[in-house]
Write a protein that binds this ligand. Structure first.
Ligand code: ZN
Length: 411
């Protein structure tokens, strides 16, 4: 999805405002000698923005609108060092609510729904984003915030909540509690809007079945408004995102080059109309792809596939970008294997080799299982790995996912 002329005009306004304000990125653009772009090529030469730069702008270096226009800040939690502060104007807050309202509408939620919001309120963008969108829609909000399961379930029953907004892990916890307490017949939920974590098909199915609800994935990040910049429709063929507010490109995280639609890579987002803290080509480090073609629902907004992991996890092998979660998903299709696996990449005789070690018990034919897994990887990822099947209990156990991948090429 190449950037359109209209979007280029919007980007130019963003560049102009950044430079005029002399804010953190305004200065960076000035130093890079950028004042305007004319076409796609110019756009793809614009410097990226990174979370680490954003930290350097702490506390208010990103502020691009006059102080009297700033109505709020949000902050993204940094696991290390300084947090990132994002200032919002009243228009930014309103734009975000409009986008979120569209998300609810995409999920078939209306002003007759009762929306129970369990993500947290405060500096981060979660709870309040869900709330503003719901109010924009005209639905009734039950603003719970996280935790306190007893109260959560009491309100769900008494208020007859029809929509649950939650993380996937909290939705699962609530589903299990409802089951345990035997109160499923008192629950009126129809839909779940789930954000902020990567989750597999298995978990999705479990939540959906136990609560008897349809699930929708919502996408967003604090640096770019917050949750609500995209959501899947009922066809569940990826998340539609609002390309009149943001422009998304997918890049190869190693070369920084934009990849064609359909190819996997890192999501890079440019805000098109943001005032408080516009961002140009912000690297999210989330991995996904743009789904080519039109959605059967008829909606013209482009689609992103589900988030498949983080760029830090990615491995490049035989010219193909691979990440452990892809292999993990494939292994989950084989009930004969345990949840333990190990991936080893080596460089032998001028060739990259990927070996996958999996565990199983003695009741299955090791050679046959290995062949079937290799064939599945070939069909889903595009190359044939060496699959070694070992006895249950032979692979090292580790809390850390990263330990499962050993890249011997750089040792
Ligand atoms: Zn659709």
């Amino acid at each position: 999805m190449k950037i359109s002329n209209e979007q280029i005009t919007q980007v130019n306004t963003q560049i102009h405002n950044l430079i005029k304000a002399g804010s953190f990125y305004g200065k960076k653009l000035e130093e890079a000698g950028v004042s305007e772009i004319k076409d796609v090529d110019d756009f793809e030469k614009l410097p990226f923005s990174e979370k680490n730069d954003l930290r350097q702008a702490y506390p208010l270096g990103l502020m691009t609108a006059p102080e009297e226009d700033i109505v709020r800040i949000h902050s993204s939690s940094g696991t290390t060092g300084l947090p990132v502060i994002i200032p919002y104007t009243a228009k930014d807050v309103d734009d975000w609510a409009i986008m979120f309202k569209r998300c609810y509408e995409m999920a078939g939620i209306t002003n007759m729904d009762r929306i129970q919001i369990t993500p947290g309120y405060g500096l981060w963008t979660a709870g309040i984003g869900f709330q503003n969108g719901a109010e924009k829609l005209g639905a009734m909000v039950i603003p719970m915030g996280p935790g306190n399961t007893d109260k959560q379930l009491q309100m769900m029953v008494d208020m007859k909540s029809t929509v649950l907004c939650s993380t996937s892990s909290y939705a699962l916890l609530l589903a299990e509690e409802i089951e345990k307490r035997g109160i499923k017949d008192q629950i009126h939920l129809k839909k779940g809007v789930i954000g902020s974590e990567r989750w597999g098909e298995k978990m999705r199915k479990r939540i959906s079945e136990e609560l008897g609800i349809e699930l929708y994935d919502i996408y967003g990040l604090t640096e770019i408004y917050g949750p609500g910049i995209g959501i899947n429709c009922s066809y569940n063929t990826g998340m539609h995102y609002w390309d009149d507010y943001i422009y998304i490109e997918i890049i190869d995280p190693q070369t920084g080059k934009t990849v064609p639609d359909g190819e996997l890579g890192e999501i890079v987002i440019t805000t098109l109309v943001k005032e408080g803290a516009p961002l140009i080509r912000y690297r999210t480090h989330d991995l996904s792809r743009i789904i080519p073609g039109e959605c059967p629902c008829g909606c013209k907004h482009p689609r992103l596939d589900v988030i498949m992991g983080r760029t830090d996890d990615m491995i490049k092998i035989k010219g193909v970008n691979v990440f452990p979660s892809q292999i993990e998903e494939i292994l989950r299709e084989f009930p004969e294997t345990s949840s333990e696996y190990q991936i080893r990449i080596s460089h032998l005789d001028g060739k990259d080799t990927l070996r996958i070690y999996v565990e199983t018990n003695g009741s299955v034919d090791f050679a046959d299982l290995s062949k079937r897994i290799a064939a599945r990887v070939k069909s889903k990822i595009g190359f044939t790995p060496l699959v070694k099947v070992v006895e249950l209990g032979l692979l090292p156990r580790s809390e850390k996912k990263s330990k499962r991948v050993i890249d011997e090429r750089y040792e």
